[in-house]
Design a protein around this ligand. Structure first.
Ligand SMILES: [Zn+2]
Length: 170
């Protein structure tokens, strides 16, 4: 398990999908632009051994902007179907981000107080996100097109969840 498997931090793109610059830390691990922020040590398994690496990000992504890149990728996925490894990676990262934000939205609904308009609004975001996550659990081996449609749906849910920032994010 790497640090990024925990809900406390964003899930990084799969190592196999990264450019050499992203691997070396010169380029942002999320978007590929010039990296200026250290993301700390991450462990990954490589041929049975644990390897440390030190990914870096650009300032906007480190400040939470990586979510915008994720949403943009999710929105374009049905137009231009990416290769399967990229699609699966995108899907896992979208799920991770939706899961991270769900408790924050649930708390906002609870704090707003039952029956209030604001509670209702928060709850609608929560319910739609849970639906999108549950839908995914039903079928373990979806076709690329189904996976792309789920990415698109998770991207829409994530868009609604952007205001609910997980603690630990700057
Ligand atoms: Zn970036």
């Amino acid at each position: 398990m790497t640090l990024t498997d925990h809900l406390s931090s964003p899930r990084l793109p799969s190592v196999g999908l990264l450019s050499e610059g992203q691997m070396r830390g010169g380029a942002c691990v999320f978007c590929g632009s010039v990296a200026t922020v250290d993301l700390g040590r991450h462990d990954m398994r490589c041929l049975g051994a644990v390897v440390h690496w030190f990914p870096r990000a650009c300032r906007p992504c480190a400040d939470g902007g990586y979510v915008d890149h994720l949403i943009a990728a999710a929105m374009s996925v049905c137009r231009e179907l990416p290769p399967p490894p990229q699609l699966t990676d995108l899907y896992r990262r979208l799920q991770h981000e939706v899961r991270r934000r769900l408790p924050i939205a649930e708390r906002a609904a609870a704090v707003a107080g039952q029956g209030t308009m604001s509670c209702h609004a928060h709850q609608r975001v929560v319910d739609a996100a849970i639906d999108a996550l549950t839908d995914a659990a039903v079928d373990d081996e979806p076709s690329p097109l189904v996976l792309a449609m789920r990415c698109h749906e998770l991207g829409r849910r994530l868009h609604d969840l952007v205001p609910y920032r997980p603690c630990g994010d700057s």
